[in-house]
Each structure stands twice: as C-alpha cells, then as structure tokens.
Design a protein around this ligand. Structure first.
Ligand SMILES: Cc1cc2nc3c(=O)[nH]c(=O)nc-3n(C[C@H](O)[C@H](O)[C@H](O)COP(=O)(O)OP(=O)(O)OC[C@H]3O[C@@H](n4cnc5c(N)ncnc54)[C@H](O)[C@@H]3O)c2cc1C
Length: 458
C-alpha cells in the first residue's frame, strides 16, 4: 500500500521519545502527524521551540557499548537507525567516554530531519485531553511534564494509582555485589515466602554513625517549580525522616523486629531491608530509602551499611517532579494501553528514566505502530538486548505494586548461564559477554524485520 492510502499515526509530544517514534514510523512508509505544544504552550523546564530539547545535562552518558548498559543501548539504537543517535553523533562534543552533544545543534538537526521528511506533518498544538476517537493509532510521548489537561485524562483512564506526579526512587543494587557473609534472606517474622527480603544488620554504633552521615550528607535542592511537589507521608526521603528524630528510622524502614541475624541469633539494633526489584532477581531495592542525597553521597553513605560495603548500584535514589504511569499494570507488551489499545505510550511517561531510555521506548513504539499500520505482526526485541530488557521490565518484569522509574542497566538482562563443563565468567568479563550476546541477538531480530516498503523515504 502506498503512504497516501494509509491513515496517519498520531504522535503527541515532540521530545526525545516522540521525535524518535515519528521518525521510525515515517521511515517505514507510514504517514505521521506529530503534535507538539511548544511554543504555543510551555513546560516549566523547556526553553526553546526545538524538538528533542535536552532540558538539563547535554550528556547521553557512557558510550562504552561493551562495559556500560547505556553505551550498549546507544549501539543498539544506532543499528536500528535511530534519529536521536544519528543527530547525537553528528553533534558530539569532547567528553571522554561519554556521548555529550551540542544541545542546540542536536535539537536543530532533529527538528530539520522531521520537518523535511515528506511523510511527517508537524502541528504545533496542545492535545488537551484524550485524543479524538477517530485517531485509531496514537503514541502519547508527552514526558515528565505532560500538560495538566492531558495528564488528568490519562489519570482517568489508568484509574487509581495509574499515574504518578512525582517519583520516589529508592536505590537499586545488583544482588551479586551484596556480601552474604553479613546479609541474610528473611521476611519479617518469616511471613510470606519466609525469605523474601535481604537484610543488612547495624549495631548501635553503626546506626548512630549512619544517622550522622545522613544528616550531614549533601542534598540536591528541589527546582523552584518542583517546590510545591507534595511528599506523601509514606514516601518521605530517608534524610527527612532522620531529621525528624534520631530514632525515627529505627521505628520506620530500619525496624529490626522479627528479623533474627543468623550470625548472633538475635535481632540487630537496626536493619536495612532490600526487596527483589525484577523478575530475574538480579536487582534489589533498598526499601524506603528514597532520597535527595547527591549521588556521590549516596555511594559513600550507603556503603557504610554492613553487607553493602562493595555494593554496586544499578540506579541511585531520587525524588523528582515526574509524570509516569504504572506501566506493568496498564500496558501490554507492545506498549498499548490494555483498556484502550489505540493509545500507546512512549518515553519517560512509561516509567523509564533518561534521554536515551526515553528515545529507546519511542523507537520501539514507533516500530510497533508502523508495523500494525502496514498490516504486519510487530516483533518484540529479544529480552537479551538492552531494548528488550528495558521493554520487558516496564511491561511485566517490574512489580506493579512498587513500580518506580528505571534506567537501563545490565541487571535487566537475563544473566549468562555457564554451559555444562564451562566455568562461571569472571566478574570483569560478564558485561562484555552480555553486550556481545545482546548485539548478536539484536542483529538477528533486525534481520527478521520485513523489508521496509520501497515507498519509505530516507
Ligand atoms: C527538569 C528535568 C531535568 C532532567 N534532566 C535530565 C538529564 O540531565 N538527563 C537525562 O537523561 N534526563 C533528564 N530528565 C529526564 C528527561 O526529561 C527525559 O529523559 C527525556 O526528556 C524524556 O523524554 P520524553 O520524550 O519522554 O519527554 P520530553 O523530552 O519532555 O518531551 C515531551 C514533549 O511533549 C510535549 N507535550 C507535553 N504535553 C503535551 C500535550 N498535551 N500536547 C502536545 N505536546 C505536549 C512537551 O512540550 C515536550 O516537548 C530531566 C527531566 C526534567 C523534568
């Protein structure tokens, strides 16, 4: 079918995710209408009219595909023909091993590529509610600062707990980096599975030193427009709880009761609990440890906890103004709302975090929507790839009850199992081996994709 015979896919939001989604759709020979509310309506953080504006840092983080998960995601996106990576590479600035970009050159290049694509129409308008019913394929990619009218409409669709307006992220640790000569598995009073949590014990002296460090630690300030973000009492940052009284944590998230330290046969003075964070059981989050401490301070202070001295963090904690849905509950595996499948979501609103992760989900949403429009079966990326691991996490791997935004990390990929007769890989060889497997599997997936119609324009 020629593009003129296909109805357009509508993409709402021309940020990192929406721009990538629109490009992927158009490159598959499907017309797309991209609706971006700026400059007609501003967000508190964006400064320009440009598409794919970087609102803060100009870095896409590490570009090391073999040792860093976001570097692997860059490599996968390049192989998938990502517009965001192509423009990022073209406007790269010196930044050691990181991919940093000239933000204006980058955004101008994305804008120009989309404006000049014959299958892309850009409309500068706010979609101030649910998209009209006659739009049968829509991607909502309106980001952490989705306009209130649309956010309210999404909240109504998602039901109670379906949409959050701020995040409360507790740090997440790779299980393999926890010292189990100190930490142990046990649920409080052996409830549930009996061994659902990892526990790290502190004696009185360790607890007091930990509280001192929390109180003195350097914190990140809220931005002016974030200041009226309400904390729910259940989501107070750990250091705010410590400020309320030195014992508050021992009666809150660091409560030791019902947990017997096998090393002493008694309850410890205080305990830090970690709960499984993904179905693969490679990641554990520090329960109740959402924090505004600066990243360096989190590493220093949380490694004071016995059992976590060598902890490696898949992501650090934070509390920010955000807008994200409970994706594991609301989305199907192809990013469609289960109760309104004409609507897909993409980008940070799906509960991924970061420029590159948002673009990655935009790329997948765009490819799925284009395949559907062309009457093809959309193909899921292998779960061994960074794209697949991220998608799998937000649409099923993460626990809906405690869902919080996630960066890409190697803990989202299934671990490598040694073949019979083979030894376990040394720690330093594991990431390159995971990356190698990911890139090989990605290439196989890309080779399976039906050839793009000759009508697609590049
Ligand atoms: C203050 C702040 C600082 C950040 N700093 C960083 C950082 O340093 N590094 C990092 O990796 N990530 C950062 N993030 C996260 C960052 O926003 C995302 O990584 C990324 O921009 C998300 O991409 P997105 O496409 O989902 O949303 P966005 O890039 O925000 O794009 C969403 C677009 O939708 C438009 N829009 C919203 N509502 C509507 C509507 N109703 N109709 C039409 N258009 C609409 C907006 O104008 C915007 O252009 C930051 C976020 C914030 C809020």
């Amino acid at each position: 079918m020629s593009p003129e015979q296909l109805a357009p896919v509508h993409v709402v939001g021309g940020g990192l995710a929406g721009s990538e989604a629109a490009w992927q759709i158009a490159e598959r020979g499907v017309p797309v209408v991209l609706h971006e509310m700026r400059p007609e309506r501003k967000t508190p953080a964006h400064q320009t009219h440009g598409l794919a504006e970087l609102v803060c840092s100009n870095s896409f983080r590490s570009d090391d595909a073999m040792n860093n998960a976001v570097g692997l995601l860059h490599a996968e996106l390049r192989r998938c023909g990502s517009l965001i990576l192509r423009c990022g590479d073209a406007h790269r600035l010196p930044a050691g091993g990181a991919l940093a970009v000239d933000r204006h050159g980058f955004s101008d290049a994305v804008t120009a590529a989309l404006e000049s694509h014959p299958l892309v129409e850009i409309r500068r308008e706010e979609i101030a509610g649910l998209p009209p019913g006659e739009w049968d394929s829509v991607i909502l990619a309106t980001g952490p600062l989705t306009s209130p009218a649309l956010a309210e409409a999404i909240a109504r669709l998602g039901g109670e707990d379906g949409l959050a307006f701020f995040d409360a992220i507790a740090p997440i640790i790779y299980r393999e980096s926890i010292d189990f000569s100190t930490a142990w598995f046990q649920s409080r009073y052996d409830k549930g599975g009996g061994k659902d949590y990892i526990n790290c014990p502190l004696n009185r002296e360790q607890y007091e030193a930990f509280i001192d460090a929390l109180l003195a630690g350097e914190k990140t300030e809220f931005r002016e427009w974030e200041k009226d973000t309400p904390y729910f009492e259940g989501c107070l940052p750990i250091e705010v709880m410590a400020e309320r009284g030195r014992e508050t944590l021992r009666y809150g998230p660091m409560k030791p009761v019902g947990l017997i330290d096998p090393a002493t046969g008694r309850e410890a003075y205080a305990v830090v609990q970690l709960r499984q964070d993904n179905a693969l059981a490679t990641l554990f989050n520090m329960v109740g440890f959402q924090t505004k401490l600066k990243y360096g301070e989190q590493l220093r202070i949380f490694r004071m906890i016995p059992g976590l001295e060598q902890a490696e963090f898949a992501r650090l904690g934070g509390v920010h103004r955000n807008t994200f849905i409970n994706s594991p509950k609301l989305l199907d595996g192809f990013l469609r709302l289960k109760n309104e499948p004409r609507l897909r979501l993409a980008g940070q609103i799906t509960g991924v975090e970061g420029y590159v992760e948002s673009a990655a989900v935009g790329l997948l949403a765009g490819r799925f929507a284009a395949a559907e429009r062309r009457g093809e079966e959309p193909l899921l990326p292998p779960e061994t790839t960074a794209l697949g691991g991220l998608l799998n996490h937000i649409t099923g791997g993460a626990d809906a009850e405690t869902f919080q935004p996630m960066n890409i990390n190697f803990g989202l990929l299934p671990p490598l199992e040694p073949q019979p007769g083979q030894k376990r890989l040394k720690k330093r060889d594991r990431k390159p081996a995971l990356a190698q497997r990911a890139l090989e599997d990605l290439d196989r997936w890309l080779a399976e994709e039906p050839a793009v119609s000759a009508t697609a324009v590049t």
